[in-house]
Design a protein around this ligand. Structure first.
Ligand code: NOJ
Ligand code: CA
Length: 699
C-alpha cells in the first residue's frame, strides 16, 4: 500500500476569519467561516460556480448546543494520497486522495469543537469532532443543524424521509416543487417523517445540467442516520436525525466524531457513479485476515414464495410456539417450500450451473408468528422445521460443491436476535454455512426503536462484527441504508435497504427505478437487488400473481453489470432457467468482482452503460439499461487492450421487444471486435443489453 502524507500550504487561503481548501485538481473549493453572529458556516463551489451557498453548522444536545458566538482558527492544509485494496468491489484498487483542513471553533457559551473537511477531486466530506473538555463527558444529542443550501433550484431524485424504510420509488422534481410532488404516504410498517423530508443518498442535477451532486453520509457509527428536511424557499436541506425510542437522537460519549456529511460533485454524471468517496471516508478493514470472504452468485428457495402458492411457514397453525411446540405433531400446510426435496432441486441446479450458493428461506421455526403483528414475533435460529433435514442437506450440498446460505428473519425483534446470535452463528459454523441473509421486517420490537436509530445502527455493526468472529458473511435486509461501512467490515457484503427486485412480484418496478438506484442507494454500498427474472409472465406459474415486472429479459441480464454486488442472486426458479437456457448462460458466466470499471454513458433516471473487467480473467463485460424509452447505447471499445481481438457475445432486446407488451423478445449473437471498434446496442423501452467480451486466444 502506498501511503503519502504531505504538509502543504497549497489550496489554503486564509483571509480574515475564513479559510478555503480545494480539491487536489482545484475544481472543488470549500470555504469555512463564522458569520456575523458567530455561527459556524461553510460553502462549496465547483469550477468557480457556487453550488452550496453559505450554510450553517450546528448541533443541539440536552447538555449544551453548538449555535453561535464562535471564533474559528485553522490548521494547515494537509494532502493525503494512498491506494488501498478492497476485498471485493468495482475496482481492484482505490485511490484515496484529498486535501484536508481542520477548522477549530472556539465559543463563549457553546462547547469547543473541530470540523474536519476533506476535499477530493470527486467531492467533499466533513464531520464534527467533539473533544472531551471540562466537565462535559457525554452529549444527549437532540438535533443536528447541518444545512445544505443550494445556489440554484436543483432537480432532485428523492424518496420520502422515513425513519424505518427506503423501499420507495423515486420522485424527480425541482427542489422548490417537492412539496407538491413528493408522495406523502407511509410505507406499510414505517414511520414517515412529519413535514417535508427526503432520504439520503439524494441525487441532484443543476437546472441547466451544469453540475450533478449527491448528498449522503459516510461511516455511520454510534449515531442516528441522517435524513434531510427540505426548505423549498431557500431551496435547501437541513439534517434530520432519527430519534431513539425515548426521543433523544443519540447518546455520545466524548471525545466523539460524527459520521461524515458528504457531497459527491461533478459536471459529468458518470463520475458520480465511479466515485469511491463514501468508501474512502470509512476506516480500513477491521478484519485482518479476509481470505475467507468470497464474492458469489446464489440461487434461492425464495421467488416461489413471492410468486404466491408456496409459504415460508411449515403450517397455518398460529398457536405454534417456536422452541416449545413439537412441530412433528403439527399439521403441515402442504405448501412449505423449504423442504428437503425442494432444496435438493435447487442444489442440483446450482451445481450443474456452477453457482456457488443456495439460500433457503423458511427453514426454521417461527414463521407462523410472522402474522401476529406487533405481539409475539419470534424465530429460532438453530431449530429447523421437521421437513428440513439439516445434516442431510449439509452433506448433499457438500458433495455437490454448493454452499447453503443461512436465513435469519428476525422480524425486527432485534433484541431477541442479539440474545440468540452466538447460538445462531455456532449453528452455522457446525453445519457449513458461510453466509447469512438477515431481515428486519416490521416494527422493531420490543424496544420501539426505528430501523435507522442509533441503537439499531449499533446493532447492525455488532452483527457484522460477531459474524466476522465466526467467519460469516452478512447480507442484511431492511437495515439502515449503507454508508460505506463495508470497507471496515468487508464481510458485510450486501444490503437491501431500497425497493428491490422483489417488487416485480408486487406491482412491478418502473424501468427508470434501476437507472436511479446506482446514483443513490448504491453510493453507500452494494445492493442485494435480486436480478435474474427470465420468466417475466408471472401469471404463467398459475399462483394467481398477475404482477407485471417492469423489465425485458435482456435488461435483467444487464442488471448484473449496472447493479454490481459481491453477492448477486439469480432469483428465478430452476425450471425457468431451463426454459431460457441461452439467456441464463450469461448469468452463469458473469463475474461478481471486478478489476476495473469504466462508466461509458449515464444520466440519472434515463440510462446507464458500464464496462467492467473481470478480476480473475481478461474478459470484459458491458451492461446497458434504459428507462421506459427505447435507446441506442453507442460507445467505443477503447477500454480493451490494444491489438487484442475479442469475441463479443451480445444479449440484446429483440427488434419488437417492449417491457410492457413483449418483454421476452431477445437475441443473442457474436461478433469480432477490438479496441478500435464502436458498438451500438439497441435497447427496447424498459430494456437493456449485456455483452461478454472474451479474447479470441482465450477461446
Ligand atoms: C423481506 C425481504 O426483502 C425478502 O427478501 C425476504 O424474503 C422476506 N422479507 C422474508 O424474510
Ligand atoms: Ca427518464
Amino acid at each position: 500500500m502506498k501511503n503519502l502524507l504531505f504538509l502543504l500550504g497549497l489550496g489554503c487561503a486564509v483571509s480574515g476569519g475564513a479559510a478555503v481548501v480545494s480539491s487536489p485538481d482545484g475544481d472543488i473549493a470549500v470555504n469555512m467561516d463564522v458569520d456575523g453572529a458567530g455561527r459556524p458556516v461553510y460553502s462549496v463551489s465547483y469550477k468557480g460556480m457556487p453550488v452550496v451557498t453559505e450554510s450553517c453548522l450546528g448541533l443541539s444536545a440536552r447538555e449544551t448546543a453548538i449555535a453561535e458566538g464562535y471564533n474559528v482558527e485553522f490548521g494547515d492544509v494537509v494532502e493525503f494520497d494512498e491506494v488501498w485494496t478492497p476485498v471485493w468491489g468495482e475496482y481492484a484498487e482505490v485511490r484515496n486522495h484529498y486535501n484536508e483542513l481542520v477548522g477549530r471553533f472556539r465559543g463563549e457559551s457553546g462547547p469547543d469543537f473541530d470540523v474536519r473537511v476533506r476535499v477530493f477531486d470527486d467531492g467533499v466530506g466533513f464531520r464534527y469532532e467533539l473533544p472531551q473538555s471540562g466537565d462535559l463527558y457525554f452529549l444527549s444529542v437532540t438535533g443536528e443543524n447541518t444545512e445544505f443550501n443550494f445556489a440554484d433550484d436543483y432537480t432532485v431524485f428523492a424518496i420520502p424521509g422515513d425513519y424505518d424504510t427506503d423501499e420507495f420509488l423515486y420522485t424527480k422534481s425541482p427542489m422548490s416543487e417537492l412539496g407538491e410532488k413528493l408522495p406523502r404516504s407511509r410505507h406499510s410498517e414505517s414511520t414517515l417523517i412529519d413535514g417535508l423530508a427526503v432520504q439520503t443518498p439524494v441525487m441532484m442535477k443543476h437546472p441547466e445540467g451544469k453540475v450533478y451532486v449527491n448528498v449522503h453520509e459516510a461511516a455511520l457509527v454510534g449515531y442516528p442516520s441522517m435524513a434531510l428536511d427540505v426548505d423549498v424557499e431557500k431551496p435547501g436541506f437541513k439534517s434530520h436525525l432519527t430519534p431513539g425510542a425515548d426521543g433523544v437522537r443519540g447518546y455520545v460519549q466524548l471525545p466523539f466524531n460524527t459520521p461524515w456529511r458528504t457531497l459527491i460533485i461533478s459536471d459529468d454524471a458518470r463520475d458520480i457513479l465511479a466515485s469511491q468517496l463514501i468508501y474512502n471516508l470509512n476506516e480500513p478493514s477491521k478484519i485482518a485476515d479476509t481470505s475467507w470472504i468470497y464474492p458469489q452468485k446464489f440461487m434461492g428457495v425464495w421467488w416461489e414464495m413471492f410468486l404466491g402458492g408456496n409459504s415460508w411457514a411449515y403450517s397455518d397453525d398460529i398457536s405454534t410456539r417456536p422452541g416449545v411446540t413439537d412441530y412433528s405433531k403439527v399439521k403441515p400446510n402442504g405448501r412449505h417450500a423449504a423442504n428437503t426435496e425442494n432444496v435438493k432441486k435447487y442444489i442440483d441446479f446450482a451445481a450443474e450451473s456452477g453457482i456457488k450458493g443456495v439460500l433457503v428461506e423458511g427453514w426454521n421455526e417461527g414463521w407462523e408468528t410472522w402474522t401476529e403483528g406487533r405481539k409475539n414475533r419470534h424465530f429460532m435460529f438453530d431449530k429447523a422445521y421437521p421437513d428440513f433435514d439439516v445434516e442431510g442437506l449439509e452433506r448433499y450440498a457438500r458433495e455437490k460443491g454448493v454452499k447453503l446460505i443461512m436465513h435469519h428473519e428476525t422480524s425486527a425483534n432485534a433484541a431477541d436476535y442479539e440474545r440468540q446470535l452466538e447460538a445462531a452463528f455456532d449453528f452455522m459454523n457446525e453445519h457449513g454455512y458461510d453466509a447469512v441473509k438477515t431481515g428486519y421486517v416490521g416494527y422493531i420490537i420490543p424496544r420501539g426503536e426505528h430501523h435507522s436509530s442509533q441503537w439499531m445502527n449499533d446493532h447492525y455493526i455488532e452483527v457484522a462484527r460477531r459474524a466476522a468472529e465466526h467467519k460469516v458473511m452478512v447480507n442484511s435486509h431492511e437495515a439502515v441504508r449503507p454508508t460505506g461501512l463495508m470497507r471496515t467490515w468487508p464481510n458485510w457484503v450486501a444490503q437491501e435497504s431500497a425497493r428491490g427486485g422483489e417488487y416485480e412480484a408486487m406491482g412491478g418496478n418502473p424501468p427508470e427505478h434501476t437507472t436511479i438506484l446506482p446514483f443513490t442507494r448504491l453510493k453507500g454500498g452494494p445492493m442485494d437487488y435480486t436480478p435474474g427474472i427470465v420468466e417475466t409472465d408471472l401469471a404463467s406459474y398459475g399462483f394467481g400473481n398477475n404482477s407485471k415486472p417492469g423489465t425485458t429479459i435482456a435488461r435483467q441480464l444487464a442488471l448484473y453489470l449496472t447493479m454490481p454486488s459481491p453477492m448477486q442472486m439469480a432469483c428465478d426458479k430452476p425450471e425457468s432457467y431451463r426454459r431460457y437456457a441461452d439467456a441464463f448462460e450469461f448469468i452463469k458466466v458473469v463475474p461478481v468482482e471486478w478489476r476495473t470499471s469504466v462508466y461509458l454513458e449515464a444520466e440519472p433516471g434515463d440510462y446507464i452503460t458500464v464496462a467492467r473487467q473481470d478480476k480473475n480473467s481478461d474478459d470484459w463485460y458491458v451492461g446497458a439499461i434504459t428507462d421506459e424509452n427505447a435507446r441506442k447505447a453507442k460507445f467505443r471499445l477503447d477500454f480493451l487492450p490494444k491489438g487484442v481481438k475479442y469475441i463479443a457475445t451480445v444479449y440484446e432486446d429483440g427488434k419488437d421487444a417492449d417491457y410492457k407488451s413483449n418483454p421476452k423478445s431477445y437475441k443473442i449473437y457474436e461478433k469480432k471486435v477490438d479496441s478500435k471498434s464502436e458498438m451500438t446496442l439497441e435497447l427496447a423501452p424498459g430494456g437493456g443489453a449485456a455483452v461478454r467480451l472474451t479474447p479470441v486466444s482465450g477461446r
